[in-house]
Each structure stands twice: as C-alpha cells, then as structure tokens.
Design a protein around this ligand. Structure first.
Ligand SMILES: NC(=S)c1ccno1
Length: 248
C-alpha cells in the first residue's frame, strides 16, 4: 500500500516511523510519502490560509496550494492509478473498523489533514472529479488539526494489511472486527501470573476447555458491550445473536 500525506506539519507524522507502521514500512509493506503543503505556496510568506468568505471566526485553507499539492501527488503515484483521498473531519462519516477494513483493501491512500477552520470546499469538490474521496471522523470532538486523526487512521488500517500483524488471527477477535465480533467490544484479557496482588485469573481460562473458554469470552464481550456501548446493542437481535454464535 502507498500512503501520501499532505500537511503543514510533516513532523507531526514522525510516529509513522516507529512501531507497527514503522516496521511495516521497513518491510516494504507500506510506502509512505509525506508532503509539506507549503511547498506549493507561491508567496514569500508561504501562506496557506486566508479569511473566510461570508465572515466568521478563524481562517480557511486556500485552494491553490491544495490543488497544486494534489496534482503533484497524483503525478508522482503509480502510472494510471489514483488514490482514495481521505479527509479527516468532524463532519465526516464515522471512521469505523469496517471503514478501516475497506480502506485497507485499497492500493493507494492520500490523506488531507486540515488545519484552521478547514479546507476551501472547492478543493474537495474538484478532487471528487478525479479520485474517490472519503471524509471521515475519528470521533465527535474537534482537534487543532487532522494530523492526529491521520495517525489513528493509518495505524488502524495498517494493522489490517496482510503480514503486518505477526499473528494473522490477532485481529479476528478485535472489537468491532467483521464476523462474530461485529458490533461487539472485546472482553477482558489475562496473562501470567495466575495470581497477582490477590486477584486470580478466571478459572475457566485455566481449564483448557476451548469450547467453554470461547463461550465465556463471548459472554464477557456481550457484557462489556452492554455496559459500555448500549448504542451497539440496539443493532443486535436474537437472530443476529444466534448467527454470532454460529460464526464464533
Ligand atoms: N474528529 C476529527 S476526525 C477531527 C479532525 C480535525 N478535528 O477533528
């Protein structure tokens, strides 16, 4: 997978050099290109923003640098291919495990994290005429810029790429993973020692009875989901529960 990120703070994306994503890059599973938006400014002050038409607080990111930057990204990418442009924004669709899974299946992603009050709308509109565009939100809150959201999205997507996680099974039981864990939160996990500060590991996990352990884990997942995400419960019904049982 190729990933391009256009940003006024390339240094904000340094974490893409370490840990899981860094290792995937080193193994050639990810090809990440960072671009400083100011490279496409034309004035001595390298201006990327201006006051909003219609008035109002804050500044808006100018269309010219973004347009030129996206032109360059497209030109530098694989011949005859276009990226999916991912725009992190609180006004986007929810960035879910399902969306991460879908984006992990695409060969080329370009991220456009905004600052200030956002990017001039014409940039997004023009982009949709030449590539798929996904405006997505990592949560119902506002950040100072989209770079943090890019880090979140890239990690969530990268870990789903084949071979990136050591154990291919690791994300099968993730919260929200497709199949039996859809709309479910992961239950509690334990490791050695069997007793720690007077707290024992649940006996069932030491039983070696895989069927009962799986059943206990499903029950724990349902209990945690009921407690922490009643909104997900609304998506269940008895058939779905049964279906989950069959799939698990
Ligand atoms: N919630 C998201 S994705 C965001 C981007 C910028 N500020 O908030």
């Amino acid at each position: 997978m190729r990933i391009d990120v256009v940003t006024i703070f390339p240094e904000y994306l340094e974490p893409l050099n370490v840990s899981l994503v860094g290792k995937a890059r080193a193994r050639g599973q990810l090809d990440v290109h960072l671009h400083d938006l100011r490279e496409w400014t034309t004035d001595i002050h390298r201006t990327v923003d201006d006051t909003p038409y219609g008035g109002g607080p804050g500044m808006v990111m100018k269309p010219e640098p973004w347009g030129a930057a996206l032109d360059s990204v497209l030109a530098a990418g694989p011949e005859g291919e276009v990226p999916t442009l991912v725009v992190p924004t609180p006004s986007g669709v929810p960035f879910t495990q399902e969306l991460a899974q879908e984006l992990a299946g695409r060969p080329w992603l370009a991220f456009a994290p905004a600052r200030y009050e956002g990017i001039d709308r014409r940039v997004i509109e023009e982009a949709t005429t030449r590539m798929p565009v996904v405006e997505a939100s990592i949560g119902d809150y506002v950040l100072a810029g989209g770079e943090v959201a890019v880090l979140v999205m890239v990690e969530a997507i990268a870990r789903l790429l084949p071979g990136v996680l050591g154990n291919a099974e690791s994300h099968r039981d993730d919260s929200f993973a497709p199949g039996a864990m859809a709309d479910l939160l992961e239950g509690p996990v334990y490791t050695k020692p069997a007793e720690w500060r007077g707290r024992d590991v649940p006996e069932i996990l030491l039983s070696g009875h895989h069927g009962k352990i799986a059943q206990w884990r499903r029950e724990q997942a349902f209990a945690r989901t009921l407690a922490n995400r009643p909104d997900l419960v609304a998506r269940w019904n008895r058939d779905a529960f049964t279906k989950k049982e069959r799939e698990a």
